[in-house]
Structure formats: C-alpha cells, structure tokens
Ligand binder design. Structure first.
Ligand code: SF4
Length: 505
C-alpha cells in the first residue's frame, strides 16, 4: 500500500526524518553530521518565535488553479495569507492566460458552536452553495486545525456530497498543528490531486511498473516541469527555452493548470523536479502508478547547478552532445556579461535564508559571481540536500555556520550581529530583521523576477549590483528603528535555545 492510498499523507518528520533544529557548519553538514544531530519532531527549541502553517504553501498552489474554488473548513482567520497571495494569482493568470483572474477563496468560518456541535453539516452546505454559485470544475476542501482537533471527517463529507454536486471534490489536509515542517503542504496538495484527479487512469496494481501507461498514449518527448509556485512565468520560460533547445516539449505542472488537463502529467516521458524539497512525494507516485520516471536532484539556480540539471535531462534522451554545446554557449555568453558586476561583489559577505534547496543553490550562485558566503539558514533539513552541502563545502575556502531553523528571527538577529554580512537574501516577508540591522536585503523569491537558469544568474547579479551601489536605505532604517531584543541576548550564543545538538557559534 502506498502513501497515496491513505486518507492523509504522513508528515515529513515521519516520512523523511526531516528536522528543524540544528546549529552546525557547512563542513559538518557535508560530512553528514547534521543528519545525526538535527532534532526531530517537537524536541527542537525551548523558546520558539514565529513559524508558518501548512496553509500558506498549500494555498499558494491551490489558489492558482483555474476553474477551482478553494473552500477552507477552518476558523475564519486561517488562510488569511490568501489576501497577499492573490496579487500573484492575478499576475500569474495574466502572464499565462492573457487576463488577470482572482482566486476564489471561501471559508466555513467555524465558530465556538461548531467546535462543540461539529462542523460537518456546515461544510456540506458550503460545498453545495459553492457549486451552485460558482459552477467550478473542482472544489478543493482544505481543512485547518479546528476540524482536525474536533474530529470532523472532511473525506466522509466529500464522499457524501459528491453525488449531489457537479464539481470534482478534492479533500486537502492542512491541519497546521500536525507538523512544524510546512513543506508537508506540498505533499498534502499532491495527495489530493493524485487521489481524485489522476486516479481513474492508474495502471492496474499487478501491472509491470515499467510498462507503458495503459490508459492514455505516452508522449515520448514531453517532460513534466514541476512548479509548486516557487517559479514565476519568467522562470518557466527560461527553463522551457533550455528544454526546447534539447527538442523537448514542456508540460508545466501543477500551478495554473486546469484540473481537467492535469491527467497529461501521467503521459509524460519524464518528470523533472525544479526543487527536490517540493516534489519527491508526487514524483514517486507518478513513477509508481503511471510509469513516469523522475529526475529529482539539482535545482537549476546558478551556473554550475543549471548545467548539472540540464545534463541529467539530456542523458535521459541520449542528447549528451547537444547539451554540452548548449551549456558551453550559454556559459560563455553569461560569464562575459557578468564581468562588469564582479568587481563590486568580490569578497562581499552574504547570509542566505530560505527553504533548504533554494538557500543552498543560491549560496552556490552567489559564490560563482564573487560573494563570500558567511552563513545559511535553512528552514528544515532532509536527506535530499546532502549532496548540496557537499558541493558547497568543496567550493568554499572557509567553514561557515549553518542554522536549521523554521524561521526563528531571534536566532537570526543574533547571528547577523556577529557575522556582519554585507548582504542578506531571504524571503520578502523575512527580510525585516536584516533590514533593521542596516544590512541590504534582496528577495530570494519573487514570481515577477527572474531567478532560475542562466537568465536568472544575470538578472540577480544585475539587481544586486544596483542595490549594493547604494545601500543607504537600510543604513538609515537601522539608525531609526530597533529590534525588540535586549543587549544581553546578543552576548549569548544564538543557539542557546536549541535543546540539544551542537553549537557552531
Ligand atoms: S496553524 Fe491551524 S489555526 Fe493556525 S492558521 Fe494554520 S490551520 Fe489555522
């Protein structure tokens, strides 16, 4: 029995032994020490500050689906991140389908009475009303903490109501209290898609896993390019450009894909991950049930990693000679274009904060254009990233700090005061601490800005050059605002609240 046969996907702490608390160094992580001492489950910090729940990444995917209603079964405040995500949905719809379109987001707004009497009836009525009012192709029923705590069974509700509505109903389990590793959200969404939209075409259980898919025709030169919303259209175009140059057709999946056409993913010749943190759950399912092989290593960020990613793809289609020619041409042109930026970057210290794969691939990119990495904060750690730590340990001349932390801005403030980087790269909503310390910051993810592939390297360098030529804004900010920590905190080890494990600082 595979995970997809279960009602809910397992949390990543259980499935991947993923963890969220460790203070180490790049050399220790490369030597596998992080794996042994990174703390799992709830044994992480005796003080914790700030986190996000599964709903944020799950809704970032679900809100993009055309002809779909997101119906949250939860308290009214859950998923309020949609308000800020909708700009991305509108922008992304415009870029892909030629017109801006809002996501449709509803909530059962569970209250105290529902907590006592149960909310299943309310959910049933909400599904029927959403179907009547919007006539969507699908309704994703997303559960938050409250139904998980009181025992509302959204799967049974969906089964009961499905015959009464035209929309396909997808239960998606995002009970925030179940896990501290929000990457579990990707599994939750993929789980819902796999169990409802693709299932009718699965191979019979006794079929040979390598035999061609029996339901629909295999598309021999079409590849699935996985995007769970960590790339904007501009990055999709860059990867499509590179894959087209290998004479491959690209099926971007799943963001902005109409739920009715998702089955195309089962016909592809290969699925290519753009971030192993996002995709392993679903790619294993596609491989196991539909015979679609998967590539799940390297993130195409930076010169070296983009080349490695492309070579892996080319090898699957016997196009090794073509890929060497393409890489040589791209790198030659890119390196010449980067020359004007390098003198300003050379030796400048940088700290990077993001999801594990993005942070590590970005660190390599920044080294390639002249920066010196002094620290990385990864939101969690699992075995997929081990090879990336090894790459960085080889390319770096000095050891530096690795903080595995599901945000924790107090640790970050302490680390930044010690390391004094010249630049901080983090998510737009996570750059405040560094900015208030006077450090120039840059968004490590923005769907309107190029980040991926060779074009991404050039565009990041261009943006950083412009920013570092005049860092006065953040200096002025530091002169006028302060962080909420006492001076005594900065004199303490940044990792003193990690309950076990090694300390690197
Ligand atoms: S943690 Fe629970 S209550 Fe909080 S937003 Fe997430 S689902 Fe809602």
């Amino acid at each position: 029995m595979s995970y997809i046969d279960l009602k809910t996907p397992p949390k990543r702490e259980d499935r991947l032994n993923a963890c969220i608390a460790h203070a180490g160094t790049i050399c220790e992580m490369a030597a596998g020490k992080g794996k042994k001492s990174c703390l799992q489950n709830d044994g992480d910090r005796s003080f914790t500050q700030g986190n996000i729940c599964l709903l944020l990444p799950a809704l970032a995917m679900l809100n993009t689906l055309p002809d779909n209603v997101v119906l949250q079964h939860s308290a009214v405040g859950c998923g309020s991140c949609t308000h800020s995500q909708n700009a991305n949905v509108r922008f992304g719809s415009n870029a892909r389908h030629g017109k801006p379109k809002d996501g449709i987001w509803l909530s059962t707004a569970m209250n105290e009475t529902d907590v006592i009497t149960g909310g299943e009836e309310k959910l049933e009525q909400a599904i029927i009303e959403a179907d009547r009012r919007y006539k969507p192709f699908s309704i994703t029923v997303v559960s938050g903490c409250v139904p998980g705590i009181i025992g509302d069974d959204i799967d049974s509700v969906v089964q009961r109501v499905q015959p009464e509505v035209n929309a396909r109903l997808l239960p998606v389990h995002c009970e925030g209290f179940k896990t501290k590793i929000w990457a579990t959200a990707y599994d939750a969404v993929y789980h819902g898609i796999g169990r409802t939209l693709l299932r009718s075409g699965e191979q019979s259980p006794d079929a040979d896993g390598l035999s061609p898919y029996k339901g629909l025709e295999r598309l021999p030169y079409t590849v699935n390019l996985m995007n769970v919303s960590s790339m904007g259209k501009i990055d999709e175009l860059e990867l499509e450009r590179l894959l087209n140059s290998l004479r491959l057709e690209v099926n971007v999946f799943p963001v902005f894909t109409h739920p009715e056409s998702m089955v195309k993913a089962t016909q592809a010749a290969l699925s290519i991950s753009t971030c192993p943190t996002h995709d392993d759950y679903f790619l294993s399912y596609l491989e196991e049930r539909f015979g679609v092989p998967a590539l799940i290593r390297h993130m195409p960020i930076g010169i070296e990693n983009t080349g490695l990613w492309l070579r892996d793809v080319a090898a699957r289609f016997d196009r090794e000679q073509d890929v060497e020619r393409i890489i040589e041409h791209e790198e030659k042109e890119l390196k010449a274009a980067l020359a004007e930026f390098r003198p300003l970057f050379e030796g400048k210290k940088v700290f990077i904060s993001a999801g594990e794969f993005r942070a590590l691939a970005t660190a390599r990119l920044l080294e390639e254009i002249g920066f010196t990495v002094v620290g990385i904060r990864s939101f969690h750690h699992d075995h997929f990233a081990e090879v990336e730590y090894e790459k960085l340990a080889k390319s770096s001349t000095e050891d530096y700090v690795i903080d595995i932390a599901n945000v924790q801005p107090f640790e970050e403030a302490n680390l930044l005061r010690r390391l004094k980087p010249d630049l901080f790269l983090g998510h737009a909503n996570g750059n405040g601490t560094a900015s208030k310390l006077g450090i120039p910051t840059h968004a490590i993810y923005h769907t309107a800005l190029a980040y991926i592939g060779y074009k991404g390297v050039y565009e990041i360098a261009r943006r950083l050059h412009r920013e570092l030529k005049n860092p006065i804004y953040n200096r002025k900010l530091a002169d006028n605002v302060r962080l909420p920590y006492r001076d005594a905190w900065y004199e303490t080890s940044p990792f003193s609240y990690i309950t076990k494990g090694d300390s690197a600082a």
